[in-house]
Design a binder for this molecule. Structure first.
Ligand SMILES: C[S@@+](CC[C@H](N)C(=O)[O-])C[C@H]1O[C@@H](n2cnc3c(N)ncnc32)[C@H](O)[C@@H]1O
Length: 198
């Protein structure tokens, strides 16, 4: 994904009063343009789900990817964790509307720990989130704790999110936290970067 002059501009325009994407603007994440850029079915494929996994979605926002993920684990469970309860309400409405019942909703600050037991999850998915988290190392330490050894950590980072991280930046964060780089797939709009938990 290239860094462009538009990035600098976007960072200025989107400079916000909060360090996170405000729920009042959630409609932008659900817009047809954003949906086309992010291609949820294609990204969900990268989670390599077989049907019974336990998946953590950190920072689901209004749930752009959530239905795709929940439907791929009919015998598993999706747990969503987001700072903003208003975002979780939007995701919940979307999931319930799609008939997904295998989902839990949890609100909190990811830098301060995750309310799950050690080795709970087979997958952890973070789309356009880690760049907003104030203490990224603490967040990834918590993700490492709740992921099973051999579990997958999947990041999606995309233009024009002003907080997006490059593949190199993700590796600099995740590798010292105990994750091994697996692969990356992407186009000019979006990188999907996968690690396994050591
Ligand atoms: C830009 S939105 C991305 C939403 C969705 N994943 C997507 O790709 O469309 C970032 C989400 O992460 C959440 N978030 C940001 N910082 C967080 C933190 N420190 N702890 C938990 N959630 C956080 C925000 O509330 C927001 O819902």
């Amino acid at each position: 994904m290239p860094t462009t002059l538009l990035d600098t501009f976007t960072k200025q325009v989107m400079r916000r009063t909060t360090p996170y994407f405000p729920h009042q603007l959630a409609f932008m994440l659900d817009s047809p343009v954003h949906r086309a850029l992010s291609n949820p079915p294609r990204v969900a494929e990268q989670l390599d789900l077989t049907g019974s996994e336990c998946v953590l979605e950190l920072g689901p926002g209004p749930g752009l990817f959530s239905v795709e993920i929940a439907r791929r684990i009919p015998d598993g469970r999706l747990e969503q964790f987001d700072l903003q309860p208003e975002m979780l309400d939007k995701a919940r409405r979307k999931l319930e509307g799609a008939g997904c019942r295998n989902v839990g909703f949890h609100s909190g600050e990811a830098s301060e720990g995750l309310p799950f037991a050690d080795n709970t999850f087979d997958r952890a998915f973070l789309s356009a989130v880690i760049g907003e988290v104030p203490d990224k190392a603490a967040c990834l330490a918590s993700v490492h704790r709740v992921l099973k050894p051999g579990g997958l950590l999947i990041f999606a980072e995309r233009f024009p999110d002003p907080d997006r991280l490059s593949v190199a930046e993700l590796r600099r964060l995740a590798e010292p936290a105990g994750f091994e780089f697996l692969d990356t797939q992407g186009n000019i709009w979006q990188d999907v970067v996968r690690f396994t938990r050591r």
